[in-house]
Design a binder for this molecule. Structure first.
Ligand code: SF4
Length: 449
């Protein structure tokens, strides 16, 4: 279809429902959809329902029936949408049902049944949206807010509790990114492994399939898109174990960014960290048995109120035991409004700095050892930057996220450009980075390049 598709809208109910309708129309208009006031002129009809009183429910069901008879393609949203079974029993031909304020779900249902036509010379926004990252990688935000209450953090106070996006909306966005040439997707949120808890793991339709909004399903579905999928801000809830085999099978990257923040139980307790009761060292050991290539990145806070010498030593020992590949660290600083400010046992600044230095030394020692294991291997490297005049290129391996981890420095790099996926033989390493040359000067270009 080269013409922009046309949408009809029936808006029932109160002014709040009307505002919802306006938001849906605004989003669709920005994406190039036209609107019609009659059924015949519409390619699809959205019915925004009311479910406040029985009479309003009856009116909504009647309006849905009329739209199906007159047009045939109907997406239902609004208050009655919370009674999906009633709607589907009465009108089985309805294409999609969502509840009140679920703008994204409505827009995705429209996309699925009536895809927007992207006109590169007319549209103000490219098909994959406006992005601030290079073309070959992108961040994919799966939720807002956080339902944890870590004592040093004020994010829940600023952004509220966890609000997960419908999974279909996340997957369609990821798919659009990959179609637009993105080779690597970083999944981000405040608490990625809690994804879907707040919406009771609600299913939504992705390419005519019902998919549950769960961390594992998300990882599994993203793993089918043919891009590198990198998981950030994962807490070690028990269900994370199940996803490790997806890494071993090469579906998603063997990479986990888990902000552990500490290892001593009483510090974790004072921090009120999620999943702090889990025996993480054992879990990490079992993950590495399933996926020996797994790289773990983490951040740590030293000098948290009440942290004793023993607690800190315990953290260093834990690092030795778990061999965390990539470590970022901070000395504790009070944040205005954070409950940790009330805790006793402030650690003197000098001691915080000393602990920070020792932690980073330990992290470096581990990093040298872990990176040394990569020497001699031929690995895929995603190119971020090139210096053609020197035949040099800079990229990242599956174990390196952009901006925060190390890099792969490539010599003798000819005919390589940013966004290429190149086979590189690693011949050296240092404390943070790898060094190599293209394997027999061959490089692989992904099908969507
Ligand atoms: S630090 Fe804790 S409370 Fe803050 S966003 Fe992360 S998990 Fe949520």
């Amino acid at each position: 279809m080269n013409q922009n598709p046309t949408i009809g809208l029936v808006s029932l109910g109160c002014p709040k429902a009307l505002v919802d309708s306006e938001r849906i129309l605004t989003t669709l208009r920005a994406q190039g959809y036209n609107f019609s006031r009659d059924y015949e002129g519409s390619d699809l009809v959205i019915v925004n329902t009311c479910g406040f009183l029985d009479s309003a429910k009856a009116e909504s069901l009647e309006a849905i029936g009329e739209a199906i008879n007159e047009n045939g393609k109907v997406v239902v949203t609004g208050c009655l949408g919370s009674e999906e079974q009633l709607i589907r029993d009465t009108h089985p031909k309805v294409l999609a049902v969502s509840g009140p304020h679920q703008y994204e779900a409505v827009v995705e249902a429209v996309h699925e049944n009536l895809p927007p036509v992207h006109k590169p010379f007319e549209d103000l926004v490219p098909a994959d949206g406006l992005r601030l990252t290079p073309r070959h990688y992108a961040y994919l935000k799966i939720s807002e807010g956080c339902s944890n209450r870590c004592t040093f953090c004020i994010i829940p106070a600023i952004r509220g509790d966890l609000q997960s996006r419908p999974i279909a909306s996340v997957l369609y966005e990821a798919e659009r990114l990959v179609k637009a040439g993105v080779k690597e997707i970083m999944v981000i949120s405040q608490d990625t492994s809690a994804y879907g808890q707040d919406i009771k793991y609600a299913t939504s339709r992705f390419h005519k399939r019902d998919v549950e909004a769960r961390y594992y399903n998300l990882a599994e579905e993203l793993g089918e898109l043919g891009a590198w999928i990198r998981m950030h801000y994962v807490y070690p809830y028990p269900h994370v174990d199940k996803s490790i085999h997806l890494m071993a099978e090469g579906k998603i990257l063997p990479y986990l960014d888990i902000p552990f923040q500490h290892a001593a139980p009483n510090v974790l307790k004072a921090m009120r960290r999620p999943a702090n009761q889990v025996k993480t060292a054992d879990r990490i050991k079992s993950w590495r048995e399933i996926c020996p290539d797994l790289a773990i990145r983490s951040t740590f806070i030293v000098g948290f109120p009440g942290e004793t010498d023993e607690d800190f030593e315990q953290l260093l020992e834990w690092l030795d035991e778990t061999q965390i590949d990539r470590v970022g660290a901070f000395t504790y600083e009070p944040v205005q409004g954070a409950p940790a400010n009330e805790l006793e046992g402030a650690v003197p600044e000098e001691l915080k700095q000393e602990r920070y230095g020792r932690l980073m030394e330990k992290a470096q020692e581990i990093s040298i050892r872990q990176l040394g294991k990569r020497v001699g291997r031929t690995i895929d490297v995603l190119i971020d930057d090139v210096a053609p005049e020197d035949n040099r290129a800079l990229g990242r391996s599956q174990w390196d996220a952009p901006e925060i981890d190390g890099q792969v420095f490539i010599d003798d790099a000819r005919n390589i450009k940013p966004g290429d996926m190149v086979k590189v033989t690693i011949n050296d390493s240092d404390e943070y980075d790898l060094f190599g040359t293209p394997a027999e000067q061959e490089f692989r270009v992904e099908p969507n390049a």
